[in-house]
Design a protein around this ligand. Structure first.
Ligand SMILES: [Zn+2]
Length: 388
């Protein structure tokens, strides 16, 4: 028999018979340094910075241990965490950072309280000011973000479920000239653009300007031209269903209303995106609502109409493409970095089993074993019932 793979003489052979080998999971939209939606939490007013950082380090560790070997952070995590993971000071997933959300005044990146006060927390040079008005200011902020360590540029062209009253999911931010400048500058400096856009004119502005992924995209179903345009341009769709379950059930009243209104559109948008040939990838938008149950998003993707295999691709191969890391991670192939997980059970039969840390028997990042639960006595409780 011809051997198609070769390995070093001293390689360790790990017997995983009876278990399932998968590429390490990837979350395309997380907020690892966010720990709640209450204003005092969001603005970091309720505890010392050191406590907050240690809390974030714990989240990184648990997220890796739950099988997520790579995470794209949608704002909040600074470059020091990436350095700490790379130096081995703390365990954590491979990180792709955006630092902060770029928007104009009044947009998502502009921290204004319901009373109209601006956030007075001392500015942090590792998370640069992200409000920009006008083409030149936008270019400067992109450059500043990259100087501070951004691997990807995050912007927002609409409000969202959790944004302030008066700036909702279909209210736009940035004019087409500003957004084109943002995309052009980011691409010129080798960075992709992930754009928070839910619906209305701002969603079109983002797609026409050529961003690389649409985050949330709840009302894509309302304009039939947009999805074919995304497919043609290779723009990824990151729906983030998980966060809206939280907003429908536990957020402030105006956020619950927004969360309920967008739900049927969101599901419809997913179906149409798949039909149009848009690649849909998994992102939780975790941070405000929960941490390290990132695989719950796969359950929601399946419930909204993806096959279990499509949902898995959305958290592995397609996700790696979305991040621009397909050469190194996302599939199990010779020549790639060995980001792998070994799972008890078949996720194609039951996608929810990925939410149970006890079933994640091995986690390897770059060929190194980070988590080994093979010796642990296995008890598999049913995963907690998902909030519907
Ligand atoms: Zn987000």
């Amino acid at each position: 028999m011809r051997r198609t793979t070769s390995w070093p003489q001293d390689a360790e052979v790990v017997d995983i018979s009876g278990l399932t080998l998968l590429p390490g999971l990837i979350d395309c939209h997380d907020h690892l340094a966010s720990h709640g939606y209450e204003l005092t939490r969001r603005w970091g007013l309720d505890e010392p910075q050191s406590t907050r950082h240690l809390r974030t380090a714990t989240v990184l560790q648990h997220t890796l241990a739950s099988g997520y070997t790579a995470v794209r952070d949608g704002a909040g995590l600074d470059a020091g965490f990436k350095l700490a993971v790379e130096e081995g000071l703390i365990p954590g997933p491979r990180l792709m950072l955006s630092l902060r959300i770029i928007s104009p005044t009044g947009g998502l990146g502009d921290s204004v309280s319901p009373s109209g006060h601006s956030c007075w927390v001392p500015s942090d040079p590792t998370l640069p000011e992200s409000v920009a008005n006008g083409v030149e200011a936008v270019r400067t902020v992109v450059r500043t973000m990259i100087r501070a360590g951004a691997d990807v540029i995050k912007c927002a062209t609409t409000g969202g479920a959790s944004s302030r009253l008066g700036h909702g999911p279909k209210d736009s931010a940035f004019n087409p000239d500003e957004l084109r400048a943002l995309v052009e500058e980011s691409h010129a400096l080798g960075r992709r653009v992930m754009c928070h856009a839910l619906g209305g004119p701002g969603l079109r502005t983002a797609i026409e300007a050529g961003v690389d992924s649409i985050e949330h995209g709840c009302y894509l179903d309302e304009d039939p031209e947009l999805l074919p345009m995304m497919a043609e341009r290779g723009i990824f769709f990151v729906p983030t269903f998980t966060v809206y379950v939280f907003h429908r059930e536990r957020s402030a009243p105006h956020m619950r209303v927004r969360g309920r209104d967008l739900q049927p559109h969101h599901v419809e948008s997913l179906g149409r995106a798949l039909a149009a040939g848009v690649k849909v990838v998994a992102g939780t938008d975790a941070g405000g609502h929960m941490h390290h149950i990132n695989a719950r998003e796969l359950q929601y993707l399946v419930r909204a109409g993806m096959s279990p295999m499509q949902a898995l691709q959305g958290a592995t191969g397609w996700a790696a493409e979305c991040l621009g890391l397909a050469r190194d991670i996302g599939t199990i192939q010779p020549g790639k970095l060995a980001d792998l997980i070994v799972v008890a059970g078949d996720p194609l039969q039951d996608i929810t089993l990925l939410q149970d840390p006890q079933r994640i028997k091995l986690v390897l990042k770059g060929g190194e074993v980070c988590v080994d639960r093979r010796a642990e006595q296995a008890v598999y409780p049913l995963p907690r019932p998902p909030a519907s």
